[in-house]
Design a protein around this ligand. Sequence first.
Ligand SMILES: C[S@@+](CC[C@H](N)C(=O)[O-])C[C@H]1O[C@@H](n2cnc3c(N)ncnc32)[C@H](O)[C@@H]1O
Length: 355
Amino acid sequence: VSLKARLQAEIAASGPISVAEYMARCLHDPEYGYYATRPAIGAGGDFLTAPMVSQMFGELVGLWAAQVWINMGSPPSFRFAEAGPGDGTLMADMLRAARLAPGFVEAADIVLVETSAPLRRKQAERLADHQVRWADGLSALTPDRPTIFVANELLDCLPALQFVRTLQGWAERRVGLSADGELVFGLTPTDLPENAPHDLEPGLVWEVSPAQAMFAAELAARICASGGAALLIDYGRAAPEAGDTLQALLGHEKVDPLATPGEADLTVWADFPTVLTAARAAGAQTFGPVPQSTFLQRLGLDQRAEALKRSRPDHADVIERQRLRLAAPEEMGQLFKVAAITPPGVPPPPGLERS
Ligand SMILES: C[S@@+](CC[C@H](N)C(=O)[O-])C[C@H]1O[C@@H](n2cnc3c(N)ncnc32)[C@H](O)[C@@H]1O
């Protein structure tokens, strides 16, 4: 039995499922889910993330964390948490760079929020030199000490519902079965979805992610209670915008999201307006989103690239390509965005100053 066969049987018995439920099953089904069984990040895998592109990414985010810690008065004990740490590269690079702030690493209670058992094993290998612990969810962020929180490409794993404006009114896009039993998208009439514009052009898709909103609300409440700051980096929209962003990647190629459930990585865009509104509703202050290029350049990406090129002239071309991959507008610079969540009343975190 495959996940596809199981979903086909379930849908035949109980009817179509929402896109959010389909995504959650494909990613997290304990037996067949992508993250439960086969996550493949990196050049030989299904997709590449910024920490894999260049060590400069993690180093600059590590310096961000160190500066936030210094701005808090260098507390002798704080929580350094990352959610969705992938293969552990980002945390390893952050900790190496943050050594520039004496006392930071020693003061850090390092918590990795991770649902994937195979990735926990990779993180344990990559971070063997550090004392780290794992948690299944944000409930591990008890407010007993200030918390610095980082998540890169986590929001895009949190599922969304999809709605379509039709000529007859609104419908939800759900995953059902064709006459010959294949998984297909279908439409179920529904009311106006949350925050959707009344006059959306027929045919357009409107996405709503209760999971992203809930995650942001929970994170914000915890940051408000503990003090500190959270940094969210992801590809997504900075303003409310229609569009079908459900995407499946297998071996760096886009594939049909319904073709191979559980075998491909499945994502939707981070919805920053929803995420930041939910964080503010939970009492927090929010900053951004700013484009990833703006954030990294404010933290010194160009200077760091120049310094690396001087120390490795034989690698100058590679380093320049990595810098462009992270920051050029046609690469990750514009689509990827950065936002922060803090308790009310504190000054903007580094890189997120209002320009
Ligand atoms: C796209 S990877 C990003 C990895 C890493 N941050 C990087 O930049 O290379 C998504 C990560 O989030 C984890 N993840 C997915 N859904 C999650 C959830 N609901 N809670 C916690 N972690 C989750 C995955 O197992 C994986 O580590």
